[in-house]
Design a protein around this ligand. Sequence first.
Ligand code: RAM
Length: 340
Amino acid sequence: MKKLTALLLVTVMAAAILVSCGGASSGSAEYALVTKASGNAYNEKEAEGFVAAMKAQGITSYVVKHPEKATVDAQIAVINSLIAQGVKSIAIAANDANALSATLKSAKEKGIKILTLDSDVAVADRLTFCNQAGVQEVGQALIDAVYDIAGGAGEYAILSATSQATNQNAWIDAMKAIAAADSKYKDLTLVEVAYGDDEPQKSTDQTQALLQKYPNLKVICAPTTVGIMAAAKVLQDKKSTVKLTGLGLPSEMAAYIGDDADHSCPYMFLWNPIDLGKLAAYASVALVKGDIDGTVGGTFMMGETQYKLTAVEGTNASGIILGPPFKFDPANINEWKEVY
Ligand code: RAM
């Protein structure tokens, strides 16, 4: 009996370890997905798509890793362990544009195909980037939402993820550039970019600090699913007149989307994170099989749809755009909250 209990305990512990490091492979893994961090539903949806697409292609040798925190160090440790395992490809949502460079170079030297999704690295360090939506499109959608919700004038703040996140920084830079280039936005004032590090508590604290510091604040824009959910709750609980927009998961934001004083977020945007994970899976397989090599002009199929590697603005490097950002408002939120 004692032996049986001990055996059970060992089995349960082994299962717990597997879950905690996000293992989802059978046999030795060939295809790896590294998300930004664990504890973020967006990253889990991305992983869900990656796994589903691997299965749809009849591939069982994959692994999903959610680093403990949204930091470079956590990702370096994960990449090093994947290099040691001898994977054939690593698809990574990067926590920093440059700081992973040396580690990714050593992976590349071992013949591992490196691609990014969601959040890019320097183009020299990867073969291609599965981009959820064009950076300009996201920046335009966000600045227009701020403009509209603020009534064309007033103070707004941005609540971002980590200060190093490539994707958030690109969207914020695009918002700023669009606002600076068109006098339409001249009466909007960006008072601060705050960082909640994609952690719920820090995002909550940062929202409260913004409300205290800026009594005339009209709008908070949170281009992160973790940040927007934390801010939505703070604003709605306080019955604040400050309104919110940004990028959010419908499943997490449904309770906060509304046009009236009882809801903090009139509308927001996102794309399908499950499809983004799928795109990364199909691109990984196409790279490993040699159907694409990362150069602009290459094509591959994801089910019935053909995807093309196009040039990333200002470079010869390639990216693959999933589609345009999608708007979620009171009319469609209930339908989408069931999906992701
Ligand atoms: C968070 C992450 C992710 C980003 C979304 C919008 O979940 O920062 O990288 O794409 O928000």
